[in-house]
Every structure is written in structure tokens, then in C-alpha cells.
Design a protein around this ligand. Structure first.
Ligand code: HPA
Length: 289
């Protein structure tokens, strides 16, 4: 575990030089294991890891076999990089991710997406389980992000900017790619899968929200809430990636109905939605330019 805590930023300053070296070290370890060059990086959230079954797999690497790569501690997250093709596109899928609430520094949370960009991926597709604030949504629905609110989580761009990765003041006005969003919406219509366009809000977790928080988030304009994705999308955009993100609604957010969210419910619904999710993602990757 200690080896994976790269920045130690709790007690000191973000060490940009050391951090960049860690990215390069992770990159060269992956290159030693495979010569696969991905075009698309896909991050698979809680219960959504089955997507790799739709892949024609070329290579697999456990996160724990890459020194410096953060390793997930959450049930339902596997911790493996899977390289392969989907509809002719070269894909690097992350089966499982790490979260800020696990105690990782925010810079460590974005190591994987940064390394996959350095490896060649120009497009990132993030997926995660979320609670729905918008009452038009229901469990099993998908939400392709139109925008996000990341004001309740730290920015992964804080600290000395690494100019080899991106610019100091990154615009995030149009973070989520419009054509990939429209493509996702039309695939949903065609395949009879409920896909909405919405605004996502990231919290740190790991506790679920209180009903009062959810009422506040609704006032702020959020349709969904979850514990990942916005931080990673920000780092992906910092590096100039084309970004798409798809939420899987696993529950109504706290106070929206009578039941309280639970991790068991979240993974069970995500697993159940897995077939639609795989169809949506496979078609999206196959048809994207
Ligand atoms: N809140 C936050 N994160 C989540 C939720 C939720 O209701 N469901 C799945 N991830």
C-alpha cells in the first residue's frame, strides 16, 4: 500500500517531478508487458466490469503488477487493465478504479487515466454507479453527462502544473463531448435502452448523502450524484482527451423515496443493468470516429 501512495500530499506539497516520473515508470512497465496501443480508455465502475466480456482480449495486467499504480480496495471493483478490440477499435478497459474516499490523494486517483493517455488513448469513457436526484430517472437507467459539478471534491490539477501533461488553467466549458453524447442518446433510442442527458455531481463519499444534501444538490441543478468520475474527467481534459461519461442509475438518491441507498443494492442493480450497459458501450465505441 505504501508504495502506491505517490504524492504524500497530506503532509507536504505535491511533488510534480516525482509524480511525472511515476507516470513514466507506470507507462514503461505496461510497455514491457504489451505493445498494445489503445485508442479509447474505458473506466468501468461498480458492477459494470462485465463489459470486458464484449472485448476481444489481447492482454491483461493486474494493477498490483504495475508499481506505482493505485489499487482498488472496494468490493465490486476488480483491479485489472484489459486491452483488446471492440468493433475494430483498440480499447484499454480499467476493470475497477480507485476513489478519493479510499484515502488516495486526488493526484493518485488520476494516475491511471493519465498513464492511458500517455500510452496513446485519445478518448476517455468513464462509467460509474450513481444515485438519481432527477425523479424522471429510475434504477437501471443510464445518464450520459452533459456537464458536471465538481465543486465538492478537490481538483486533481492543484499543485505545480506539469506542462508536459497540459496547461495551468484548463477550460472545462465543454468537457463532455457533444457528438459522443448524441451518439449515446441515439443508440439508446434505437436499442430501447433508457438513456438521458444530465448533470452529474461528484461527492467524496464514502457515506451516502443526507436527504438535506440531496435537496441542496437538486437546487444546484444536479440530476445524479456519485463518488467518482468528475475528478478523472477533469484530468483527462487537462491532457486534451475527448471525454464521455455514462452514469448507471442504481438507486434513487437519499430522501427521494423511502429506501436508503446501500452498496449491495448499487452493485446488484449495476450487475442487472450490465447487459444494456454492454450494448450501449459496445455500440458507442464501435460507431465513434
Ligand atoms: N450517492 C452517491 N454515490 C452513489 C449513489 C448515491 O446514491 N449510488 C451509487 N453511487
Amino acid at each position: 500500500m505504501e508504495d502506491n501512495l505517490i504524492t504524500g500530499a497530506v503532509f507536504g506539497r505535491f511533488d510534480a517531478e516525482r509524480y511525472y516520473q511515476t507516470l513514466l515508470d507506470c507507462l514503461s512497465q505496461i510497455k514491457e508487458k504489451t505493445d498494445f496501443v489503445p485508442e479509447v480508455a474505458v473506466v468501468l465502475g461498480s458492477g459494470l466490469g462485465h463489459f470486458v466480456e464484449a472485448m476481444d482480449i489481447a492482454a491483461e495486467i493486474s494493477y498490483s503488477d504495475i508499481k506505482g499504480f493505485p489499487v482498488s480496495t472496494v468490493a465490486g471493483h476488480r483491479g485489472k487493465l484489459v486491452f483488446g478490440t471492440v468493433g475494430g477499435k483498440k480499447v484499454a478497459a480499467m476493470q475497477g478504479r480507485v476513489h478519493y474516499y479510499e484515502g488516495y490523494d486526488v493526484h493518485d486517483v488520476v494516475i491511471p487515466i493519465r498513464v492511458l493517455k500517455l500510452l496513446g488513448a485519445h478518448t476517455a469513457v468513464f462509467t460509474n454507479a450513481v444515485g438519481a436526484i432527477n425523479t424522471d430517472y429510475r434504477p437501471g437507467d443510464f445518464v450520459v453527462l452533459r456537464d458536471h459539478i465538481s465543486s465538492f471534491v478537490p481538483s486533481p490539477l492543484v499543485g505545480e502544473n506539469i506542462s508536459q501533461l497540459g496547461e495551468r488553467f484548463t477550460p472545462v466549458t465543454d468537457l463532455y463531448d457533444e457528438s459522443l453524447r448524441n451518439l449515446s442518446l441515439s443508440i439508446g433510442q434505437e436499442k430501447d435502452i433508457r438513456v438521458h442527458s444530465g448533470v452529474f455531481l461528484q461527492v467524496t463519499g464514502p457515506q451516502y448523502e443526507t436527504p438535506a444534501e440531496i435537496r441542496m444538490f437538486r437546487l444546484l441543478g444536479a440530476d445524479t450524484v456519485g463518488m467518482s468520475t468528475a475528478i478523472e474527467a477533469t484530468a483527462a481534459r487537462h491532457m486534451g482527451m475527448r471525454v464521455c461519461a455514462i452514469n448507471c442509475v442504481t438507486n434513487m438518491a437519499a430522501g427521494i423515496n423511502d429506501s436508503a441507498p446501500s452498496h449491495e443494492e448499487v452493485t446488484a442493480i449495476a450487475n442487472k443493468a450490465g447487459k444494456d450497459f454492454s450494448t450501449l458501450l459496445r455500440e458507442l465505441i464501435t460507431r465513434m470516429d
